[in-house]
Ligand binder design. Structure first.
Ligand code: NDP
Ligand code: GDR
Length: 362
């Protein structure tokens, strides 16, 4: 029997990797995409199947996490064996600007899906994965953070995800739904959103190395994160839902670096060597060859409350599910730089041939 999965947030980084992974495993994959005025399916266009052919295994539905009528209808039509709830306003800094919408989509969205499972009587059939986050640890109570570490979120996003975490636990305990929280630490890839710090860095370093951009402006260079690769992490999402007993797991590499270190790795991958001068808002990364300032701090990117340090302990995932990350930060940055250099070379060619490229990314 072909298994059926429903992925919310399928147009995002993790949704795209997970859809690929499940299709390879023979699943029929349904995804929810939002209506937008421009195409927003770039990350999954290679998976598209013509609706006129029979035996399609990749099907998209219009929907939104803020519309429970729509979610109930989709769950009813799809009758999924597994729901992966990845949809979210996922940017921490943006959550300070749009706190109410963030709470609606991030906290109430999963509640709506869990209620859909109940309303439709699918408690015994449909397994549920919730995309929980290391941001729930926020101001950390212990290092490294594990499943038992107390939570202390530091943003509207983190607070909303905390509600989603607990409502997932509650529906598991109250109604016997096979519902799991993956507490994932930061994970990146060449298709990471361009305003998250790793991708912002690799994209900018690629463009700087080709003369398309002068300087990269960042916020807190000393923030420390445990960065893994999205391709490794979606494997864990699937593994969690294959277990007899639902449970919650930390997914992390167990290694931690500063934002500054990622800048250095990305610069070196493009042949640039940096030295650092100054501190705090005055800190600068200077090209050792030319003496030019290539990296500067812009306090605009500081957050009202910051999560200074996160480091995960993936022991439970390793011991119970046999999961280990395979891709190192160094290899991931190389892969991201290679992809961003290819994009930058295309832009450079257009520029040289007389087309104007609008640089609308920050
Ligand atoms: P992205 O920001 O790349 O993708 C988010 C997805 O959610 C997109 O498909 C987006 O659609 C969709 N979405 C946003 N708002 C709504 C809405 N109101 N209704 C329906 N869909 C919506 O995130 P990632 O892939 O990086 O992350 C996936 C999940 O995992 C998120 O929940 C995130 O919070 C969580 N997470 C991520 C981590 C990471 O390091 N990447 C770590 C821990 C947790 P559109 O394309 O139209 O914008
Ligand atoms: P994060 O990721 O907030 O951890 O959330 P992000 O890459 O945005 O920030 C990581 C750290 O880098 C610092 N930083 C900057 N961040 C951004 N975006 N832009 C900058 O210019 C910049 N300069 C420094 C940040 O202050 C922070 O300390 C991500 C998201 O994917 C969430 O959805 C997910 O839950 C968590 O990871 C785990």
């Amino acid at each position: 029997m072909t298994k059926i999965a429903l992925i919310t947030g399928i147009t995002g980084q993790d949704g795209a990797y997970l859809a690929e992974y499940l299709l390879e495993k023979g699943y029929e994959v349904h995804g929810i995409k939002r209506r937008a005025s421009l195409f927003n399916t770039d990350r999954v266009d290679h998976l598209y199947q013509d609706p006129h052919v029979t035996g399609r295994r990749f099907i998209l539905h219009y929907g939104d996490m803020t519309d429970s009528t729509n979610l109930i209808r989709i769950v009813q039509a799809v009758q999924p064996d597994e729901i992966y709830n990845l949809a979210a306003q996922s940017h921490v800094a943006v959550s300070f600007e749009t706190p109410e919408y963030t709470a609606d989509s991030v906290a109430l969205g999963p509640l709506r899906l869990l209620e859909a499972i109940r309303i439709l009587g699918l408690e015994r059939k449909t397994r549920f994965y919730q995309a929980s986050t290391s941001e729930m640890f926020g101001k950390v109570a212990e290092t490294p953070q594990r499943e038992t570490t107390p939570f202390y979120p530091r943003s509207p996003y983190g607070a909303a995800k905390l509600y989603a975490y607990w409502i997932t636990v509650n529906y598991r305990e109250a109604y016997g739904i096979h519902a799991c929280n993956g507490i994932l630490f930061n994970h990146e890839s060449p298709i990471r959103g361009e305003t998250f710090v790793t991708r912002k860095i690799t994209r900018a370093m690629a463009r700087i190395s080709l003369g398309l951009q002068d300087c990269l402006y960042l916020g807190n260079l000393s923030a420390k994160r445990d960065w893994g690769h999205a391709r490794d992490y979606v494997r864990m999402m699937w593994l969690m839902l294959q277990q007899d007993e639902p449970d919650d797991y930390v997914v992390a590499t167990g290694r931690q670096y500063t934002v500054r270190h990622v800048v250095e790795l990305a610069a070196e991958a493009t042949g640039i060597h940096l030295r650092w001068e100054g501190s705090g808002a005055q800190e600068k990364g200077i090209d050792t060859n030319t003496g030019e300032t290539l990296v500067a701090v812009d306090p605009r990117y500081f957050r009202p409350t910051e999560v200074e340090t996160l480091l995960g302990d993936p022991t439970k995932a390793r011991e119970k599910l046999g999961w280990e990350p395979r891709i190192t930060l160094e290899d991931m940055v190389q892969e991201m730089i290679a992809a961003d250099l290819a994009d930058a070379r295309r832009d450079d060619l257009c520029r040289k041939e007389g087309f104007r490229i609008l640089n609308h990314h920050e």
